[in-house]
Design a protein around this ligand. Structure first.
Ligand SMILES: Cc1ncc(C[n+]2csc(CCOP(=O)(O)OP(=O)(O)O)c2C)c(N)n1
Ligand SMILES: [Mg+2]
Length: 666
């Protein structure tokens, strides 16, 4: 039987050799955390390499994502479908082993964040999702949802501000099944962290209300195992293991230095490490006894089959709950959802009321929310402004773990990354609100939602100079345009209640991509529509006001500017001009339509075009062309009542009319 050290060394050599072969990567952290990983993956974690997607598996998040060779090594060694060939192809084009894997559940990658610190917040979201799902579905004698969340992080994660947001939130939420392992090696890229990171991390986490186990010798398997056991024993607080490690442990001349962080170790030093650790196997070969001791397939299959027996009993006793849980985990929406939204939209159309779209959004949530027990709402401390609280919502916290509404506090980035974790866990559709201008604070987590194809819903209210008196810091100018640039992200800026309902439907149905809902603070005019026009909203852009025959000009508007443009178009119609109004709440959805549809809305031959949107002009050139006109704002706003600002910046029916007349005269 090999020693635990030898088992850990398998990770060290796979990591060193793969980084060397790729001529790029990060050997230091995998070598430093190898002993911890050996204990965690062989003794502590519950998973089944033969069925990586088994949903009651423990979750593992690598927040120091540069240590990806650590994860690939253990996935390979424990028996996940990751071959030695895959390890040899580390970082190569189309390999299963990219530099920073983000999410690939079929391979055992829950999430590993390239952007440091976010994994910590993702793990908080996963632990919260587990607890909430358990509260929804577990019944006496049936702990059918019962798994733990583990995360590794490094100095970089701890330095990042998001670690504060996430850890503070997790402490308040008392997430007892969350265990964070801190790789306290004293090294980051620039060298010894002492010069720029002198916090007492243990005290910091104690202050957050965490259970802190410190110091743990990260190279002593028995100490590590004891620390994991201690973490498990404390159920009312998340646990932090502060593990003292040596970066690049085992490399005789380089260990403990920043040189081990992010470059190949070098053939000479690798040979010296082999001699130092008594490792005689050539690169990418694992001795049989070590391979055998690492193989977790039988143990994993047993763990899952034990759980399946529990599931059968649960299903027999609680068939309706079991069916609902299965539905939620598979991401299928209840059949009652779409009709509920359709009814909301039909009512909105008939009511002809003209509230702010943030209020429409609140009403839409109230209308379809009861159909969707998988919704977990929230706001970064702007609940009344964002209109995110549904009338039947219950606060979700340690006292009410079965609730469905999170008061995230003033933590936009944390909220967004936590929502990514909730979505990645499964069983929930998270949505969270803040002011659009603060989407910048959350920006990289929004990008990660898109990159990881997570169906998170961002509710961004106060969407323009319409914010008014709060002034330029609170008035989004470039935000909508910049969010439209994010690949795999849907964005809707609806103009009234009907469009808001359709936008929500799209966001909820979009389980493989995030959606931003861009909503007004101020009341907006209702638009009348035919049933065909109502049906066309979902296409993202459609003809709202038409003329007989080919129009002379087309006006394209979104959100709060649709009503203004409609007034201008009607005035021109009264003057005998044939001008079409296109409402374009979602350019991302419109671009997915077929060419014939897009041309029917924006015929090529009609080149006289005007776009109106209270934000930077940039996105609209592609729609109006070089001869078009755009009424937008390419500067920061002003502090003044919204009505005056709209006037000042030219968002009036008269000004839109002048712009159309100018293109008509061209
Ligand atoms: C948000 C973010 N900023 C910067 C980086 C680049 N980066 C990758 S690793 C690293 C240093 C991390 O230090 P530590 O977590 O201590 O890792 P170790 O060197 O100990 O492996 C930096 C700055 C990143 N990946 N993400
Ligand atoms: Mg470090």
């Amino acid at each position: 039987m090999p020693t635990r050290r030898q088992l850990a060394n398998a990770i060290r050599f796979l990591s060193m050799d793969a980084v060397q072969k790729a001529k790029a990567g990060h050997p230091g952290a995998p070598m430093g955390m190898a002993d911890i990983a050996e204990v965690l993956w062989r003794e502590v974690l519950r998973y089944n390499p033969g069925n990586p997607g088994w949903w009651n598996r423990d979750r593992f998040v690598l927040s120091n994502g540069h240590a990806s060779m650590l994860l690939y090594s253990v996935l390979h060694l424990t028996g996940y479908p990751l071959s030695m060939e895959d390890l040899r192809n580390f970082r190569q084009f189309h390999s299963k082993t990219p530099g920073h894997p983000e999410r690939d559940v079929a391979l055992g990658v829950e999430t590993t964040t390239g952007p440091l610190g976010q994994g910590l917040a993702n793990a908080v979201g996963m632990a919260l999702a587990e607890r909430t799902l358990g509260a929804h579905f577990n019944r006496p004698g049936h702990a059918i949802v019962d798994h733990r969340t583990y995360a590794f992080c490094g100095d970089g994660c701890m330095m990042e501000g998001i670690s504060h947001e996430a850890a503070s939130f997790a402490g308040t939420q008392k997430l007892g099944k969350l265990t964070l392992v801190y790789d306290d090696n004293g090294i980051s890229i620039d060298g010894k962290v002492r010069g720029w990171f002198a916090d007492d991390t243990a005290k910091r986490f104690e202050a957050y209300g965490w259970h802190v186990i410190t110091p743990v010798d990260g190279h002593d398997a028995a100490a590590i195992a004891a620390a994991f056991a201690a973490a498990r024993a404390v159920e009312d607080r998340p646990s932090l293991l502060c593990c003292r490690t040596v970066i690049g442990w085992g490399a005789p001349h380089k260990q403990g230095s920043a040189a081990m962080h992010g470059e190949p170790v070098g053939l000479e030093e690798i040979a010296a490490t082999r001699a130092n650790l008594g490792w005689t196997s050539p690169p990418f070969e694992i001795p049989e006894d070590i391979r055998g001791a690492w193989d977790m397939r039988a143990k994993g299959a047993r763990a899952e089959s034990d759980w399946r027996a529990q599931w059968s009993a649960y299903e027999a006793e609680h068939p309706a709950l079991a069916a609902q849980l299965s539905r939620r985990l598979s991401g299928v929406l209840p059949e009652s959802f779409a009709p509920a939204v359709d009814e909301f939209v039909a009512h909105a159309q008939a009511d002809a009321a003209s509230p702010a779209t943030r209020a429409c959004s609140q009403a839409a949530l109230n209308a379809f929310g009861p159909q969707l027990p998988e919704l977990i709402g929230g706001s970064a401390d702007l609940t009344p402004s964002n209109g995110t609280l549904r009338k039947d919502s219950v606060t979700l916290d340690a006292a009410q773990p079965g609730g469905d509404y999170l008061h995230y506090g003033v933590r936009e980035f944390g909220m967004s990354a936590i929502m990514n974790g909730i979505a990645a866990h499964g069983g929930f559709i998270p949505y969270g609100g803040t002011f659009l201008t603060f989407s910048d604070y959350a920006r990289n987590a929004v990008r990660m939602s898109a990159l990881m194809r997570l169906g998170v819903v961002y509710v961004y209210t106060h969407d323009s100079i319409g914010v008014g008196e709060d002034g330029p810091t609170h008035q989004p100018i470039e935000h909508v345009a910049s969010l439209r640039l994010v690949p795999q992200l849907d964005l809707w800026r609806p103009c009234d209640a009907a469009e808001t309902g359709v936008a929500w439907r799209s966001a909820i149905e979009s389980r493989g991509a995030p959606t931003c809902l861009i909503l007004s603070r101020q009341a907006l005019a209702h638009q009348t529509r035919t049933p065909a026009q109502v049906a066309a909203i979902a296409r993202g852009g459609y003809v709202l006001i038409d003329t007989g025959g080919t129009p002379e000009a087309i006006v394209i508007a979104t959100g709060s500017e649709v009503g203004i443009a409609a007034d201008a178009v009607r005035a021109l119609a009264a003057a005998g001009r044939r001008v079409r109004l296109v409402s374009m709440p979602s350019t991302s959805s419109f671009e997915r339509q077929d060419e014939a549809y897009k041309r029917s809305v924006l015929p090529d031959e009609v080149w006289r075009r005007v776009a109106v949107e209270a934000g930077v002009r940039e996105p609209w050139w592609r729609y109006v062309g070089p001869k078009g006109r755009i009424i937008g704002i390419d500067r920061y706003g002003e502090s003044a009542p919204a009505k005056e600002l709209f006037q000042h910046f030219g968002f009036t029916a008269e000004n839109v009319r002048s712009a159309i007349e100018a293109v008509l005269a061209a």
